[in-house]
Design a protein around this ligand. Structure first.
Ligand code: THU
Length: 140
């Protein structure tokens, strides 16, 4: 992916931190999901007083896109940290990796973990979810 596109995804993910709703953990996460249609779908984490209904930033972005009819994706950028400070990379949780597995090709889908505009690492879904169970496993 071009550097300019990576920077755009990082900037977009960082901008989402201001919408992150985290009165309980104070750990803010922002995501920018790039569809194969070129559109960027944004997400933030949204917590809940009952805790378990909390939605991660990545799934917010995926569900926004899928709910608009978009099901093909190229990459996602994830940023996060305590009070939104980017002190480390924020890798996706296991549940979010599984949602990626539903809609993305494991060998192709890129996961960009960023700590700053010039400080990022890129993984393929296959690396973060080896031997993942996906739609293909249910085919005859
Ligand atoms: N969180 C995400 O938004 N994405 C992840 O993949 C990791 C965890 C959120 C959930 C919760 O609001 C906070 O980070 C602390 O777990």
């Amino acid at each position: 992916m071009e550097k300019a596109k990576i920077r755009e995804l990082i900037d977009t993910a960082i901008a989402q931190l201001s919408y992150s709703y985290t009165p309980y953990s104070h750990f803010k996460v922002g995501a920018a999901l790039l569809g194969k249609n070129g559109q960027i779908y944004t997400g933030c984490n949204i917590e809940n007083a009952a805790y378990t209904p909390t939605n991660c930033a990545e799934r917010t972005a995926f569900f926004k896109a899928v709910s608009e009819g978009v099901k093909e994706f190229e990459a996602i950028c994830i940023v996060g940290g305590p009070e939104g400070k980017l002190v480390d990379y924020t890798p996706p949780c296991g549940v979010c990796r599984q949602v990626m597995m539903e809609f993305c090709r494991p060998k192709e889908f890129q996961i960009i973990l960023a700590k700053g505009k010039e400080d990022y690492k890129i993984y393929r879904l296959e690396e973060l979810l080896p031997q993942g169970f996906g739609p293909g496993n249910l085919e005859d």
